[in-house]
Design a protein around this ligand. Sequence first.
Ligand SMILES: NC(=O)c1ccc[n+]([C@@H]2O[C@H](COP(=O)([O-])OP(=O)(O)OC[C@H]3O[C@@H](n4cnc5c(N)ncnc54)[C@H](OP(=O)(O)O)[C@@H]3O)[C@@H](O)[C@H]2O)c1
Length: 259
Amino acid sequence: MSQPTTTQPTAVITGGSRGIGLAAAQRLLADGFSVVVLSRPTSTDPDFTELVESGAITFVAGDIASAEARAELVETALEKHGRIDLLFNNAGMAPLTRLDILDMTEESYDRVMDVNLRAPMFLTQRVARVMIEQEPLEGRPPGMIVNTGSASANFVSTNRGEYCLSKAGVSMMTKLFAVRLAPHGIPVFEVSPGVIKTEMTKVVTEKYDTYIAEGHIPVPRWGMPADVAEAVALLAEGRLAYSTGDIIYVDGGMRIPVL
Ligand SMILES: NC(=O)c1ccc[n+]([C@@H]2O[C@H](COP(=O)([O-])OP(=O)(O)OC[C@H]3O[C@@H](n4cnc5c(N)ncnc54)[C@H](OP(=O)(O)O)[C@@H]3O)[C@@H](O)[C@H]2O)c1
């Protein structure tokens, strides 16, 4: 197993080609991480293209649902940088068609669960084995996992039940790995975004504009990808030495029941 040849930590980010993942890639780069990103080769985001073409980040093209793509991601990070200090499980999808739970198809359920839950579960398993074996960089834990949950782990949307189920599963995954990896000094956290302005929420812009205008979110605005990236960067500093399994909500307080 590789030993550190560098003092620079390496971050692996799934779904870093736009939205929250891209903001995290930019933020972690600025914080001195080497960054390796996986997403499908469909991105048209000029900021992402710039980062890849300039060599600032390493891009692995693939579908996170594929075990081969996940293996290639880990191998590429190790070949290029010799270690993985942070895994940010960010790639995720909403159902391609929002259908009432009484009409949800098994195909949609399988695809959403594959991408949002099975993929991060088995990628984390693979990366955790690397982290357990590697020597920590000075002043850092030997590794860290940050998962992406969602307000939808707790809020019910009956027209995208498969998404809610997948994100509730991510929360348990966070706890499972937190406990399993704690003896190895590897913390596992979850960021739980609320309503964030990205490609994913474009189709429901009007709905969330109204939701915010009606005062349902105490911080009365859309969250931005940089808001979530900031939380990831904060965790990635690795200074919360006696914490693991925690959820950092990036939701403007929308989870707080208000009467
Ligand atoms: N936006 C929100 O309000 C919100 C709220 C709560 C949680 N989240 C979660 O935050 C994460 C990021 O979401 P976002 O809002 O930034 O969405 P986004 O703009 O749609 O970005 C999703 C990212 O994941 C990648 N991705 C999707 N399916 C993939 C696959 N099968 N294989 C590899 N990469 C894949 C996308 O790239 P390609 O499609 O090009 O592969 C893209 O880079 C997701 O887990 C989402 O569930 C978002």
